[in-house]
Design a protein around this ligand. Structure first.
Ligand code: SF4
Length: 461
């Protein structure tokens, strides 16, 4: 077969990382060689994200470079996939650098589209026109997902399994419902079959993915299955030791059953990623979030009553239109009370087409957003630091991911084994020295030192 090569560049969330892995496996399967850079590639795939303006700006700047490159290499094929492809569709295809625009529901067609485009100079648009009415593509996506997730080796011993697509919530700042469509849940049969095949291929941890994963609901005609049911079924899969799920929307329905699933099985990891977004009820209403700060904290309290050692992560947006200093201090207060293991803080950025962009003015100056971002992270850092210290002197089980990012700059004197990185079932990052062959396997690590985001230790067995 003719030697063809492709370079993939991915931006954005865990969903996008999953798509990038699936696309990489599918392209490999279609005979493409994956390259580390654009230099040696016949085609470039840019997997885009629309959640923040910054992510879209980075994609446009990449396309600017590719446009220059194509002046010398007109045969280079550029495909844009993901949320930005869906959002901008034909407009993006008009960009001089772009040959293919392919929406999230059309990625099973991508290898064929690139193969056709190489050698020809035709532009191609493949996006779902009516994103509010998906369904026709679901079977093809299911097959694509099941086939290629088995071959995706991004993290040894781990795999992500999408249990649902889309979102029904329409938070006023968020573009996801417009580009990924309404909630569409995969059948438990397809999900568990995929999990089984992953286990057979050596996977030990699966993470069930959904924008609002705790909304998972599938009626098979006999029963309506919830996320708690899925977790129960997954615990029966031989070889799977840990099951995680992200991201949870703060709501009561099904919530208790999910926590009970954690209590019932050590395989269901005691980790909850549950974004609050703000601690101000006024801002939460403006965001169209369906809870108050008090209700959110009550949910956390109940969670900790059922699973006392649960680790919780949160997300926040600072500088939402009209957010006063008082609103922001309410967020600081919520973070203090919630005692997250860690949280992700983002500065509000208006997204075209969303309700907030249409109805509200982006009133908060960037320096104020930046100041609030720094302040909130500092509060969280102190809490993370206190919680991390609880691990000192303890042995923890870690699923090893591979070499740590700093393995080359952080050598330990007298230590010839590389520095490895893994995570606990509560998603704590652990760094220690050990044989590289541990990647994808479980290890016991004795914790000697703790920083807010990382635990450092030594292999105990
Ligand atoms: S729950 Fe809100 S923030 Fe999350 S994906 Fe849906 S609309 Fe976006």
């Amino acid at each position: 077969m003719e030697d063809r090569s492709v370079h993939i560049k991915s931006f954005g969330c865990q969903m996008n990382k999953l798509d990038a892995g699936l696309v990489a496996s599918a392209l490999r399967d279609a005979g493409f060689r994956l390259t580390d850079g654009v230099k040696d590639a016949d085609a470039v795939v840019i997997n885009t994200c629309s959640v923040r303006q910054h992510a879209e700006d980075r994609v446009l700047s990449n396309l600017g470079h590719l446009k220059h490159l194509k002046q010398h290499r007109p045969g280079l094929v550029v495909a844009v996939i993901g949320c930005m492809a869906q959002r901008l569709g034909g407009t993006l295809l008009e960009h001089e650098a772009v040959d293919i625009v392919c929406g999230p529901a059309q990625i099973p067609q991508l290898a064929d589209l690139i193969t056709e485009a190489i050698g020809r100079h035709e532009k191609h648009l493949a996006v779902t026109e009516k994103i509010r009415f998906p369904g026709a593509d679901d079977a093809a996506l299911d097959d694509f997902e099941s086939t290629y997730s088995i071959r995706d080796k991004q993290i040894p011993g781990q795999a992500f399994v999408r249990v649902m697509r889309g979102c029904n919530y329409f938070c006023t700042y968020c573009v996801v419902p417009y580009v990924r469509g309404p909630e569409a849940c995969r059948s438990p049969r397809a999900i568990i079959e995929q999990t089984r095949r992953l286990a057979d291929a050596g996977v030990r941890q699966v993470t069930f993915l959904g924008q609002t994963v705790n909304s998972y609901k599938y009626d098979d005609g006999r029963k309506t299955h919830s996320l708690a049911d899925l977790l129960d079924m997954a615990t029966e899969v031989q070889g799977i030791e840990w099951i995680k799920f992200v991201t949870s929307y703060p709501r009561d329905e099904y919530y208790k059953d999910i926590l009970l699933a954690m209590v019932d099985s050590p395989k269901v990891c005691r980790y909850l990623h549950m974004p609050a977004q703000s601690g101000s009820d006024r801002v939460l209403r403006a965001m169209n979030r369906h809870y108050t700060a008090g209700h959110y904290l009550e949910m956390l309290e109940r969670a900790r009553a059922i699973v006392p050692d649960i680790a919780v992560a949160g997300d926040f947006i600072v500088g939402f239109p009209g957010e006063t200093e008082e609103d922001f201090q309410a967020t600081v207060d919520l973070v203090r009370k919630a005692r997250y293991r860690n949280c992700f803080v983002f500065k509000y950025s208006p997204r075209p087409g969303t309700a907030a962009d249409k109805r509200l003015t982006d009133t908060i100056p960037d320096d104020v957003k930046q100041k609030r971002n720094v302040e909130l992270l500092a509060v969280q850092k102190q809490i993370s630091d206190e919680l991390s210290r609880d691990f000192l002197g303890r042995d923890v089980t870690v699923l090893v991911e591979g070499l740590s990012k700093k393995s080359h700059v952080n050598p330990v004197e007298g230590e010839d084994r590389p520095q490895l990185m893994g995570r606990t079932s509560t998603d704590h990052i652990v760094v220690f020295n050990g044989p590289a062959s541990l990647a994808g396997r479980f290890a016991q690590v004795h914790i000697l030192r703790a920083s807010p985001l990382t635990l450092f230790g030594e292999l105990s067995v």
